[in-house]
Design a protein around this ligand. Structure first.
Ligand code: DX5
Ligand code: ZN
Length: 244
């Protein structure tokens, strides 16, 4: 798997940061060496929580050069996707469970030159992604019910991380950056090695970074190291054909 060389990368979620001082939160994760920023957009309808919209995303875009992954937990991504593209997101991921046509929105994201992703809730089978296999760059495996930070990592849902790579099969010659598996929810020092061993390329890390008195750099370093050891071990075995 070509993505192995890059190793595990960390996307810092600011959902549980001090939202009264967003600039400070972004600077902290930037200094801590996060690879990306993960922004959780919630509409109070698809999930029972409301966060922020494209204007706040655009404001964060102006604060940092880090890649921005938008995770839209909203019922009508088609209605707002252009605003998130204009806000400067590098990738836009929305949920396969939305009750509206999915393909046109994926095409709009790709046409704008951004990475397009689909997220799946813990109870949704990977099969739900089959119709969109050729149109997605990111599969985001949710290991908590979307809506809130600070929930417990769901090991059963994490079992989908390995097979999620199959969504990208039969797409030879494509850049590894166009086929990423993200894991989102409950990722911390306890679950990081498991995520890496299962082959998650991007770990979304939220509330554990923002606990009182926590050193964000140390937390990111530790989580990345735990995940990366397991991730590289897994890919090494894959390369020699000893495991899949
Ligand atoms: C939950 C969000 C997550 C959240 C993760 O719906 O999608 O990105 O920030 O937070 P933790 O790491 O606390 O589970
Ligand atoms: Zn998220």
């Amino acid at each position: 798997m070509a993505a192995a060389a890059a190793g595990v990368r960390i996307a810092a979620s600011i959902l549980d940061a001090d939202l009264g001082n967003l600039g400070n939160a972004i600077r902290r994760v930037e200094r801590a060496g996060t690879d990306r920023v993960h922004l959780d957009v919630m509409d109070g309808h698809f999930v029972p929580n409301i966060t922020f919209g494209p204007d706040v995303v655009a404001a964060i875009r102006r604060l940092s050069r880090l890649p921005i992954d938008a995770h839209l937990m909203i019922s009508e991504p088609s209605r707002y996707v252009d605003e998130f593209i204009d806000a400067g997101c590098d990738s836009i991921t929305f949920h396969v469970e939305v009750e509206e046509p999915i393909e046109p929105t994926l095409l709009r994201i790709r046409k704008a030159g951004r990475l397009a992703g689909l997220a799946i809730k813990p109870a949704t089978p990977l099969m739900a992604l089959d119709p969109y296999r050729d149109l997605i760059d990111i599969v985001m495996i949710m290991t908590v019910e979307p809506g809130f930070g600070g929930q417990k990592f769901m090991t059963d849902a994490a079992a989908k991380i390995g097979p999620a790579h199959d969504v990208f099969r039969d797409r030879p010659g494509e850049a590894p950056s166009r086929r990423e598996v993200h894991v989102d929810g409950g990722v911390n020092r306890d679950s990081a090695a498991q995520c890496g061993a299962l082959g998650a390329d991007i770990l979304v890390v939220g509330s554990t970074l923002w606990k009182k008195g926590r050193d964000v750099s140390e937390e990111i370093r530790a989580i990345k190291a735990l995940a990366d050891g397991a991730y590289k071990g897994r890919h090494k075995k894959t390369d020699t054909g000893a495991a899949s």
